[in-house]
Write a protein that binds this ligand. Structure first.
Ligand code: DLL
Length: 432
C-alpha cells in the first residue's frame, strides 16, 4: 500500500531533478530571509546563483543544534511570527530548549509525510489508532496525530502516562493500530498480559520510534502482541516523526526525500562516506518555510542505500540507527544531555562537579539514577539533612531534564575519576 505513488516511486533522475529545483529555491529563500544563513554564505563568498543543482549542496555550510541554541528562540525562523501557526521544542545541550516553528504549509507537509509512514505500516481510514506519544512540545503526539487524521483513521489521542486507561480503551475501542515508543509498547504488552486482556485486543500494527531499538525488540513486540511493528524516525529540528519509516520488508527506513535531502558524513572530515558505509546523517529541509535548515547535522549514525526496495518504493533507505556521535541519551522517550545536568547543578554549592548517570531498563521502563558527591563542607551523617538535599537536587534535575531521576548522594571522593575524558554515563540498556 503506497500513499503517494507519484512521490514514492519516482525514478532516481526524477527525484534528483525535483531535489535540485527545490534546493535552488531554498537557498535563495534562506539567503533573503535568514540572516544567519546569509552571513554564513557571505563568509565563504557563496551566492544563491552558485547553487545550480543538488550536487552543489556540498558547497553549503552545515547547521548544528548549537546554532539553534545560539539563535534561541526564533533567530533562525524565515518568516514573521504571524506566519507561524505552531511551535515545538526539544532538549538543548544545556539549559535552553531547541525551538522550531511551523507555517500552515509546513504542517500540511508534515501530515503528508506521516501519512506516508502510516500507510507503509498498513494503516488506513478503516483503522482506529491510539497515539501514545507525548502530546505537547514534543513532536511525537501531535505529529502522529495529524498524519493519522490525514489518512482518515479514527485517532485516539491517548498521549503517555496512563497505561491502564490505554489498555482498557484499546480493548473497548477495538484499536487496530498504535503509535508510541517501542519500550512503552513492550510495557503495554506486559500490562495487557497482567490484566488478561491479550486475547481481547484487535491490534494489527504499531508505528514505533523516537528512541533507538533493536531488531530483537521488534521481534519481541511482534510475537507478544501478534502484530507487525514498524520503525519511524524523525527529529524536531527537521520536522518531527515522519522523516523516514520502514516498510513490510524492514530493510531500512524510506526517507521522504522530496522534502528532506539526506547526506551521510564522516564526522571528522565532514565529507560524504560511500553509500552503505556508516556515518553521521545530515538533512537539508527542501520545502520547509518556518525554520528551513541546511545540512543539519543530526548526530545520528546510519548508512544509506539507493537501490529500489522490494516493496517497489524507489526512495533512499537509511539503515536502523547504529548510535550517536554525541552523548545524547533518550530516556523514556525524552532526549537528555549530561551537560544539562551539569549546567543545572553548577550553582548548587552543596555538591561537587563529580556526578554519574546510571541508565537502566526495568520492566521495559527506563530508569535513571544520578549519583553526586556532596561537597566536603556540606557532608554530614545527619539523615534529615541528606534527605532534604536529595529532594532539592531531584527537583532541580527534574526541572532541567523533564524526567524524574533517583538521586543518590555519596561521600566526597568516592566516584571514580577517569584518567582521560570524564565518563559521566553508564547505560546498561542494550539499544544498538
Ligand atoms: O523523537 C521525533 C519522533 C517522534 C520520531 C515520534 C519518531 C516518533 P526528537 O525529540 O527531536 O524527535 O528526537 C530526535 O530521537 O535524532 C534520534 O536520535 C532519536 N530517534 C528518533 N526516532 C528514532 C528511531 C523525535 N526510529 C532523536 N530510531 C533523533 C532510533 C530515533 N532513534
Amino acid at each position: 500500500m503506497i500513499w503517494n505513488e507519484a512521490k514514492e516511486c519516482m525514478s532516481r533522475d526524477e527525484m534528483s531533478n525535483l531535489q535540485s529545483a527545490r534546493l535552488r529555491k531554498l537557498v535563495d529563500y534562506v539567503y533573503h530571509n535568514v540572516e544567519f544563513y546569509r552571513k554564513k554564505m557571505q563568509a565563504i563568498d557563496l551566492m544563491p546563483g552558485d547553487i545550480k543543482g543538488i550536487e552543489d549542496i556540498v558547497k553549503l555550510p552545515f547547521t548544528t543544534k548549537d546554532d539553534l541554541r545560539d539563535n534561541y528562540p526564533f533567530g533562525l525562523f524565515a518568516v514573521p511570527n504571524s506566519e507561524i501557526v505552531r511551535i515545538h521544542a526539544s532538549s538543548g545541550t544545556t539549559g535552553k530548549a531547541t525551538v522550531v516553528g511551523y507555517t500552515r504549509r509546513d504542517l500540511d507537509i508534515w501530515a503528508e509525510c506521516v501519512a506516508r509512514c502510516l500507510t507503509m505500516a498498513g494503516v488506513s481510514k478503516d483503522d482506529v489508532i491510539q497515539v501514545a506519544y507525548g502530546y505537547g512540545l514534543f513532536t511525537g503526539g501531535l505529529g502522529a496525530h495529524d498524519g493519522a487524521q490525514k489518512i482518515g483513521a479514527t485517532v485516539v489521542p491517548m498521549s503517555t502516562g496512563n497505561s491502564k486507561k490505554l489498555t482498557t480503551m484499546m480493548v473497548d475501542f477495538g484499536a487496530t493500530a498504535i503509535a508510541c515508543t517501542p519500550s512503552y509498547l513492550l510495557h503495554i504488552s506486559e500490562v495487557l498480559e497482567n490484566e488478561g486482556l491479550l486475547d481481547q485486543i484487535k491490534l494489527k500494527a504499531a508505528v514505533c520510534g523516537a528512541e533507538p531499538w533493536t531488531e530483537k525488540m521488534r521481534q519481541e513486540i511482534e510475537t507478544k502482541l501478534n502484530i507487525k511493528a514498524y520503525d519511524i524516525y524523525g527529529l524536531s529540528e527537521v520536522m518531527g516523526p515522519g522523516v523516514a519509516c520502514d516498510c513490510d520488508f524492514h530493510k531500512g527506513l524510506h526517507v521522504c526525500e522530496d522534502h528532506f535531502y539526506p547526506e551521510i558524513l564522516n564526522s571528522a572530515t565532514l565529507t560524504r562516506v560511500p553509500d552503505g558505509e556508516t556515518g553521521e546523517l545530515a538533512f537539508t529541509t527542501l520545502t520547509k518555510e518556518g525554520i528551513p535548515l541546511i545540512r543539519y547535522r543530526t548526530k545520528d549514525l546510519t548508512s544509506i542505500d539507493y537501490s529500489t526496495c522490494e516493496c517497489g518504493r524507489t526512495s533512499a533507505r537509511i539503515s536502523r540507527f547504529k548510535g550517536r556521535v554525541d552523548d545524547m541519551l533518550i530516556i523514556r522517550g525524552v532526549n537528555v544531555f549530561p551537560s544539562q545536568i551539569e549546567a543545572a547543578l553548577i550553582d548548587v554549592e552543596e555538591v561537587t562537579p563529580h556526578y554519574m548517570m546510571i541508565v537502566d531498563r526495568v520492566n521495559n521502563l527506563d530508569t535513571l539514577e544520578v549519583q553526586l558527591e556532596v561537597a566536603p563542607k556540606y557532608y554530614t551523617d545527619e539523615i534529615r539533612a541528606i534527605e532534604a538535599l536529595t529532594k532539592k537536587i531531584a527537583h532541580i534535575i527534574q526541572q532541567a531534564i523533564g524526567i524524574n531521576a533517583k538521586v543518590k548522594l555519596v561521600e566526597p571522593q568516592t566516584l571514580v575519576r577517569s584518567q582521560g575524558k570524564a565518563v559521566h554515563v553508564v547505560d546498561n540498556r542494550k539499544l544498538y
